[in-house]
Design a protein around this ligand. Structure first.
Ligand SMILES: [Zn+2]
Length: 561
């Protein structure tokens, strides 16, 4: 997995796509194999961790094990996966099938048993190798749209058992995927290195389109600059856009940067906000992927030359930039542009001074050590490995005379972290019931661990404002089936908690736990699927809802079943 910084260019190009020589896997579906998403596509805060396989827009398609092995784990309600099945294979990989509608009956029964034992819809069931062995092509589940899924499809991941790395599944399905289409380049962005470079005479990045023959644009620059590219890939028989497998940047025929999206560790996901130009993405929904690597960026899929991909424009001449974009099927796009060196030492000195002032204007954060930022009633602890480079933050404190605490804006602009920081806030006066307090941002509940007079929460964005809030209001419950003494076969409701959020949902009929399953905020119980016998008699339903601050609501209803 380790790829090292390379000072010599001849060593480039040796990296083969991982799994290129690996076995072919069986298709996970018995309908045509078509993809709507590929591995490593940049998304806000994470890379796409698997491939999306189309299920003809519907749920209930047969999902098959892609290789011999055994069903090792079934989860419900974890990681946004909805219902998920894990199959462990002899080659050290685990295939993970997500957003499933349901498992095959033998597996579904084991999940259900555990749900009743734990009185919880959310369960994590593990199996030993002897319990559910499978062969390639064996039916294990039916496709669905559960969890964080926008439309019916199969999200398929490959995990390496030894280190938990996420591995690109596509090399194993290459024989099934038809792809003769080349990647598309939409644009290039040229960045001046802060304080050390100029683009078009200024310390600002510029975007432009590129062509195969470099005729589109000549950009003037002086000092250190880096490039970024907005690109995506296409596949046959679908209009979907895909991420790029390999990006290579050459300058004057010499390779300065390469990314190969073949595998990464789950903890590397937040680096997408740094490799990708997230500030640009937030404005335009376009991802420019940078071809220079900030000093703190440890993303293993990136490799660069001794200047970490920055190009020093220090001669008055034309520099030939050439991007090569490739997919796993060998389709390729080459785009070129010219950067013209135009000497501007005064401009460079001006930018250096501006950068010096910017770094001196707030609390300074260093990427290679832990940082602590303190203010009245506030402490922020940022671990090593959370920043891509040295930064300055401007903490603003808004005094709230009648609030539980001040409101703290940690930085005035979007500011992602690659590792979570700990934010601690102290209440202005001690709360009578500390367990009801929590830290909120403008997006809602953040966390509420209370210790020694401080509330603590893990945060991953300094560009938000944070304050203490209190939740003494119990969850609410809206009923969608009329539970008022009538004959019923389905119980359905929509519980909610506006303040800290719903923590648990438990339902009992005549004292016996009954399982409700949740889908898009609606909780449903089909009585025929419960241990209750249909006897046409009066039943008592008790639903207990708890929020994250321990406020409880108990609803009691009667019905006939
Ligand atoms: Zn997916």
């Amino acid at each position: 997995m380790k790829r090292h910084w390379l000072g010599v260019c001849v060593a480039f190009g040796l990296a083969l796509p991982s799994g290129a020589q690996e076995a072919r896997f069986h298709s996970p579906v018995d309908i045509p194999f078509l993809m709507s998403g590929n591995f490593g596509e940049p998304r806000p805060n994470h890379f796409h961790c698997g491939i999306d396989v189309k299920t003809q827009g519907v749920t209930g398609k047969r999902i098959l094990s892609v290789c011999d092995g055994y069903v090792s784990r079934l989860t419900v309600g974890y990681d946004g996966f909805g219902n998920a099945a894990y199959v462990t294979h002899p080659n050290g990989l685990v295939s993970v099938y997500c957003h499933l509608d349901r498992f095959i009956p033998a597996l579904q029964e084991r999940v259900r048993r555990r749900q009743y034992e734990e009185e919880s819809e959310r369960v994590d069931v593990r199996f030993s190798p002897e319990e559910f062995p499978v062969k390639a092509g064996d039916l294990i589940a039916y496709s669905g749209n559960t969890g964080a899924s926008q439309a019916p499809h199969l999200h398929l991941e490959l995990h390496r058992a030894s280190d938990g790395a996420l591995v690109d599944p596509l090399p194993y399905f290459r024989h099934l995927a038809e792809d003769t289409m080349n990647p598309v380049v939409h644009g290039v962005k040229l960045y001046p290195c802060p304080g050390e470079g100029l683009v078009d005479g200024a310390g600002r990045a510029t975007t432009f389109t590129v062509t195969a023959d470099a005729s589109a644009r000549v950009v003037k620059a002086w000092g250190k600059v880096g490039a970024g590219v907005w690109t995506d890939d296409r596949m046959d028989h679908t209009y979907n856009k895909f991420g790029i497998w390999r990006i290579t940047l050459n300058v004057d025929g010499r390779q300065v940067f390469q990314s190969v999206m073949d595998e990464f560790l789950p903890g590397e996901n937040p680096w997408v906000n740094f490799w990708g130009d997230y500030a640009h993405f937030r404005k335009t929904r376009h991802w420019y992927l940078k071809s220079f690597v900030e000093p703190g960026n440890t993303l293993q899929i990136l490799s660069a030359d001794e200047n970490r991909g920055w190009v020093d424009i220090n001669e008055e001449r034309d520099y030939r930039f050439e991007y090569t974009l490739e997919d796993l099927k060998g389709n390729k796009r080459v785009s070129r542009f010219t950067v013209r060196g135009v000497r501007d030492d005064a401009g460079l000195a001006r930018e250096a001074e501006r950068e010096r002032q910017r770094m001196a204007s707030g609390s300074r954060l260093l990427y290679d050590r832990p940082n602590v930022v303190q203010g009245p009633g506030m402490e922020l602890r940022i671990p090593v490995g959370a920043l891509d480079g040295n930064k300055a933050v401007n903490v603003k404190i808004e005094v709230q005379e009648d609030g539980l605490s001040n409101r703290y804006t940690l930085h005035d602009d979007f500011f992602p972290l690659a590792k979570r920081a700990t934010l601690m806030l102290a209440p202005r006066v001690p709360l009578e019931r500390p367990e009801k307090g929590y830290i909120e941002s403008s997006r809602g509940y953040v966390g509420g661990e209370y210790r020694d007079g401080w509330y603590m929460a893990q945060i991953r964005d300094l560009g938000e404002s944070y304050a203490l809030a209190v939740d003494t209001v119990a969850p609410r419950c809206k009923w969608m089936t009329a539970v008022n003494g009538q004959k019923l076969s389905v119980l359905r409701c929509s519980p909610s908690d506006k303040e800290s959020g719903l923590e648990s949902f438990k339902a009992y009929v005549d004292g016996q736990f009954v399982l409700f399953t949740s889908y898009r905020g609606v909780w449903t119980c089909r009585l025929k699927d419960t241990p209750l016998e249909k006897e046409g008699k009066r039943r008592q339903l008790v639903v207990k809802l708890t929020d994250r601050c321990g406020n409880e609501k108990t609803e009691t209803k009667e019905f006939i079943y």
